[in-house]
Design a protein around this ligand. Sequence first.
Ligand code: NAP
Length: 542
Amino acid sequence: MSRQIRSMTPSGENCANFDVLIVGAGFAGMYMLHKCRQLGLSTRVFEVGKGVGGTWYWNRYPGARCDVESVQYSYQFDTELEQEWTWSEKYSTQPEILRYANHVADRFDLRDNIQFETRVISAEYSEADKLWVLETDRNEKVSSRYCVFATGCLSSSNVPKFEGYETFKGLSYHTGRWPHEGVNFSGLRVGVIGTGSSAIQSIPEIAKEANQLTVFQRTANYTIPARNSELTEDYVSSIKADYPSLRERARNKPAGYDIPLNSQSVLEVGREDAKIEFQRRWELGGTQFLGAYGDLLLSPDANEVAADFVKSKIREIVYDPEIAELLCPTNIIGCKRLCVDTDYYATYNRNNVQLVDVSSKPIDRITPNGILHGAKEYEFDAIVFATGFDAMTGALANIKIVGKGGNLLSEKWQDGPQTYLGLTSNGFPNMFMITGPGSPSVLTNMLPSIEQHVNFISKCIAHMIDHDFSTIEPDREAEIDWGLHVNEVAGLSLRSTCSSWYVGANVPGKPRVFSPYIGGFPRYVERCEQVAGNNYEGFTLV
Ligand code: NAP
């Protein structure tokens, strides 16, 4: 059904006006656009890249692939799309996921409403006109009744301020902003800083090509073998024959991801029996490893049993005992995000790979020729910064977002994000965030979380139009209560206890707040449905 918003151009401004403006054309922005078009709303999307795909447009580093199974890391809003698209591997590569994003853009004819190579620099709410006015780096202003940020949770690259960074004479890359033409490391001396998911995927690939590879590790990470494989025709047919059941099972799992979960306590089972289960899951591969027992992320003693198992594997795989010890993490398994790899630990058995421990003594500086650490200068032709992202809030912080009373979102959030359901923020009417802080987002399979948020937002906008409301804004009390709930459940999990990007610890000066909602996807969805069902409880509609 087509809906019309009779919105005006803001007073005194000469700018194009839309019903909805969306920032970002990754999976969230694309689906939001599709839903807005279905509602008959005039919509424009702004995207910095030259193409769609978001994360999968930018993260083109060698070895980049998703560590959620492809048949689940996909849209479910259209059954024909599900049937016509065939994933080739258990865990898709970045190029394949990007092809999928492009296929969706073509299939639903999305490109005409997306303005590429355009960065939104500010978004200001005009109280007089009840409109959002967005300004871009192309010196244009556009306005809309609704503004949706689909800017991603892990999209703002973080390069630590290494002294001498700009003096390096060789090539330098960030994994999250990889050159589209690829990089040929053959014959080069390469340094990689970081040992998170991006590094763990790229190191084995770079090692195969480079002459020498030196990895600078500040915190050793746990990683589980992916056991990736090509998908057989039979398997694909069986999934396609019953996609709804798979989606239903996933929806009822805490991470919105259908993996085998066992609620038993490892402490009741005992170490020897637990070893058998961990071994079985190690052979199965992937993040389901942490689903072996129900208390692994609740009790330090339980966690230690799983951590010890992985450490025993590291010692088994890595020949040099000193290197093996350096690779053995000392923190809680799953506290930082669990990584999934192909041959990561074994890569340290190669003659051309060395590991430098920078845990107790940080990198001193970048020099014109490489990296200075301690008394030693490591010379490189190329440095790869696998140093992660200003997660959850970084992309929003890069835009000057001004709400009612001229208040800045960045100022409101200076001690940590404040949202209602991770979707909206008091003082910022008609503004939505897809997978914002305070929602399950990064703790879940992102695709179903994105779809759930887009469905919520589009239903809300339809409700507003049907009932002739012009603004919706969360109440401060509802926002405070939600924030308390997010914090309370975070405190129950070991995940909130270490220095990870989940708590903003990787960006100096960022407030330490565990910002994703850890209460689980089903509980969160139920809450959103309850809110919508009770005439948008916790919101004021005018
Ligand atoms: P990350 O997990 O934040 O890892 C960044 C790495 O850089 C860490 O090892 C960090 O060490 C290190 N680092 C940062 N500053 C440093 C410094 N000044 N000196 C030395 N080392 C430094 O980032 P990421 O690997 O890009 O992954 C981010 C997230 O993206 C993942 O957790 C995951 O959610 C997502 N991701 C998913 C996939 C997938 O689906 N397969 C792939 C890639 C990324 P510390 O740990 O000591 O801070």
